[in-house]
Design a protein around this ligand. Structure first.
Ligand code: FES
Ligand code: FE2
Length: 413
């Protein structure tokens, strides 16, 4: 099917079965992809970077999504601006490099020049009645929270405070505003964004596909919590481990608990603190502490904090480093996956941490996930693909899938 009208798409949505994967169209269609960008991605607050990526006045980077390119830039007073990368003269992209430093933004076409706050500074040979104040760059909604730069492409974005409220204390505990990027890496994935996130929302595949992940995390945790709380079958054994760990951690004055959405709403947020496998201090091969303690941790509590602020971002945090994920839908069959490893801002590579050891688990696991998703996409493209039944360990996938379908349906007037 090349293009569908709204009533055809509504019928297709109503044919989707609970606890089955989606029909092929959802994973291949350009039309559905365009609706996804407009109605799902563009309405979410998504973090696109950490402030330490632009430490100096004039530092900028581009965030590209669908047809949009956003300039994220640091101004003289350390404020961060986000502008659409579209010249107000005749529309050219202004910044062409993915990152750089510039005290003014100069359009390469006819040299209109903008201040970093987006105001127009100069435009040559315009008529006398031309008013520079009328030609400010289009502003993109942005918020800086705990060093994370969030953007929202909606014309009427949801209130940021309300959005961040349930996950706030979990992120704050890790002190990300006092962190820096130790490493940043892309994992370009030839698969639809929903196949990419289906994979991220279940840990049914973890035991067969991720021996490294299973080395760090307890088997009972993987079954019950591997893709977040309330996403796997209940495990009495893990419940007992968690209760005991909670008591210990509360005595230390550290944070415990969990959050997940209990009813359908605009968001898809989750957060929880759980213990790592016995004997592990952090998420490395040996499990030994690897860097300076971050945030409010007074000592190692051997815990793991998993936060999802939207389907497009996850924060997986140990006591001494954090791995942050951004999933960026690029086209129906292509998703950019970006990982950032954050450490305490004073930690020095080679002295306080070894980068290879720190990134080992999520690097090797994300490379494996890229392959899994690409093989999955190839099969889904076949004329013989039909949706298959989900297991008890894929409740997280089903939750994401039904959230997605309801959003898509609600957006069809
Ligand atoms: S399009 Fe930018 S100056 Fe002409
Ligand atoms: Fe995986």
């Amino acid at each position: 099917m090349i293009c569908m009208n709204n009533s055809e798409l509504k019928k297709l949505i109503s044919r989707q079965k609970s606890n089955y994967s989606l029909d092929q169209e959802f994973y291949v269609s350009q039309h559905i992809f365009d609706l996804d960008i407009k109605n799902i991605f563009s309405k979410q607050w998504v973090f696109v970077g950490h402030i330490s990526r632009i430490p100096n006045y004039g530092d900028y980077f581009l965030f590209n999504i669908g047809k949009e390119s956003i300039i994220i830039v640091r101004d003289k007073d350390d404020s961060v601006h986000a502008h659409y990368n579209v010249c107000r003269h005749r529309g050219s992209h202004i910044c062409l490099e993915n990152e750089g430093n510039s005290k003014v933004l100069i359009c390469p076409y006819h040299a209109w020049t903008y201040n970093l706050d987006g105001s127009l500074r100069g435009a040559r040979l315009m008529d006398k009645d031309f008013n520079k104040n009328d030609w400010h760059l289009h502003k993109c909604n942005s918020q800086l929270f705990e060093g994370l730069i969030f953007i929202n492409l909606s014309e009427h974005p949801n209130d940021f405070e309300e959005f961040i409220a349930p996950t706030k204390k979990f992120i704050e505990f890790h002190g990300l505003s006092d962190a820096k990027i130790a490493n940043r890496q892309y994992y370009p994935t030839e698969g639809n964004w929903k196949l990419t996130l289906d994979n991220f929302h279940e840990c049914y595949h973890c035991q067969p596909s991720h021996p490294e992940y299973c080395q760090v995390h307890d088997k009972d945790y993987i079954i019950a919590y591997g893709a977040g709380s309330n996403t796997g079958p209940a495990s009495e054994k893990f419940d007992n481990i968690l209760t005991e760990w909670n008591t210990k951690v509360e005595k230390m004055g550290h944070l415990t608990g969990e959050y997940y959405e209990t009813e359908f709403n605009d968001y898809s947020r989750s957060a929880e603190r759980t213990p790592l496998k016995e004997g592990m201090f952090t998420e490395t091969k040996t499990g030994k502490p690897i860097s300076k303690l971050m945030g409010k941790f007074k000592d190692y509590d051997c815990g793991y904090t998993s936060v999802g602020t939207s389907p497009f971002n996850s924060l997986l945090m140990c006591n001494d480093f954090a791995t942050l994920f951004t999933f960026i839908p690029i086209s129906p069959l292509y998703t950019q996956v970006e990982l950032m490893w954050l450490v305490h801002k004073d930690a020095e590579e080679g002295k306080d941490y070894n980068l290879e050891e720190m990134k080992w688990m999520w690097d090797v696991t994300t490379i494996a996930d890229k392959r899994i998703i690409e093989d999955n996409q190839k099969g889904v493209l076949s004329k013989k693909y039909v949706p298959g039944p989900l297991s008890q360990m894929e409740r997280g996938l089903e939750k994401f899938k039904s959230w997605y379908l309801k959003h898509l349906e609600n957006s069809l007037i």
